[in-house]
Design a protein around this ligand. Structure first.
Ligand code: TYM
Length: 332
């Protein structure tokens, strides 16, 4: 079976709808068609300062949410990145294969570091995409289900795989991004041309899976739209309405045409009110299941430990080959 690998950072107390619609919902069906590896990338999280207790809590909350949306440890391998030491080890090798200028061209780094001075930006943030490449290449992933914002990191990953293969002989599968176009970029409810993001300027722009339904409802009702009144799908001129329709369509399975037909002659308020109800129906069972997993942290930790063990079977084999190809002496 072809392989997939993807990861998500434990940097918030809840995932948001952008994470879910852009990436996570694709992880679930891939469990049945692919050999699937999914990780909570805590090594990536510390590229910006983290409070230890908060990081620990968020790592468990992240794993619990992944189980709650339908990841099944029997059908996929769910693990925490720091439990598998090969990620950091391969990242070092990849660091030594990446040009300084090449890493400097990563737009996410430029966006994130631009907000701070050079001395408060960590070197880890700079090499972040190289660690991501290691995550993917360790598992010989054929495809990587992510949102649009990860495309450039995937390009770097492909370049590094090809570079290594060219220099040391065929070693890595060159992975392809697996991006679902319709929901590849869910936008901020307050700023509908920017992507919905944990680091958004206003918390009202993001819908969190674990926030109270009344809070989500308020955010949807106050979503920025436009001065028109027609409910049509026009991302260029009506990005707010287009985003609401995209979310509505993805959560219900109804096509955009069906929705614009159904709301013909109705107002923005009707659309928002109905979407708020759709979101409540969607998040309520996820919240209940997440809580159940969090109520038994020992069991959750056991699931993650078993996942790490399965992951290591693959990652250790890849790293051993890499070390050998590079010319490191066999240590035993
Ligand atoms: P992260 O944790 O920022 O986001 C997790 C996933 O959510 C997607 N996403 C979105 N999709 C659509 N619309 C949005 N507004 C939106 N916001 C976030 C992201 O594209 C991502 O797929 N670098 C990765 C984590 C990572 C990784 C990996 C991913 C580390 N190693 C290996 C794939 C493979 C990241 O920061 O994701």
């Amino acid at each position: 079976r072809p392989r997939v690998l993807s990861g998500i950072q434990p940097t918030a107390d809840s995932f948001h709808l952008g994470n879910y619609l852009g990436a996570l919902r694709n992880w679930v069906p891939l469990q049945d068609t692919h050999d699937a590896f999914y990780c909570v990338v805590d090594l990536h999280a510390i590229t910006i300062p983290q409070d230890p207790a908060v990081l620990r809590r968020r790592t468990r909350v992240s794993a619990a949410q992944l189980l709650a949306i339908g990841l099944d440890p029997e059908r996929s391998t769910l693990f925490v990145q720091s439990h598998v030491p090969e990620h950091a080890q391969l990242a070092w090798v990849m660091n030594c294969l990446t040009g300084f200028g090449e890493a400097g061209r990563m737009t996410q780094f430029k966006d994130k570091s631009g907000k701070q001075g050079a001395d408060s930006t960590s070197v880890g943030l700079f090499t972040y995409p190289i660690l991501q490449a290691a995550d993917i290449l360790l598992y010989q992933a054929d495809a990587v289900p992510v949102g649009e914002d990860q495309r450039q990191h995937l390009e770097l990953t492909r370049d590094l795989a090809q570079r290594f293969n060219h220099r040391y002989g065929q070693t890595f599968t060159v992975p392809a991004p697996h991006i679902i176009k319709d929901t590849a970029k869910i936008t901020d409810l307050q700023e509908p041309t920017a992507k919905m993001s944990k680091s958004a300027s206003s918390p009202n722009g993001i819908i969190e899976l674990l926030e109270t339904p009344s809070r989500s409802g308020k955010k949807i009702k106050s979503a920025v739209t436009d001065t028109g009144r027609d409910i049509v799908f026009d991302p260029e001129n009506k990005p707010g309405i287009a985003n609401l329709l995209t979310i509505y369509s993805a959560l219900t399975g109804r096509t955009i045409e069906d929705l614009t037909g159904a709301y013909d002659g109705k107002g923005y308020g009707d659309l928002k009110k109905d979407l708020a109800a759709v979101v409540v129906d969607f998040v309520t069972p996820i919240q209940e299941r997440t809580k159940t997993y969090l109520d038994d942290p020992a069991q959750l930790d056991k699931v993650l430990a078993a996942g790490a063990e399965k992951a290591r079977e693959v990652s250790a084999a890849t790293l051993a080959t890499v070390y050998d190809r590079i010319g490191f002496l066999a240590g035993k």
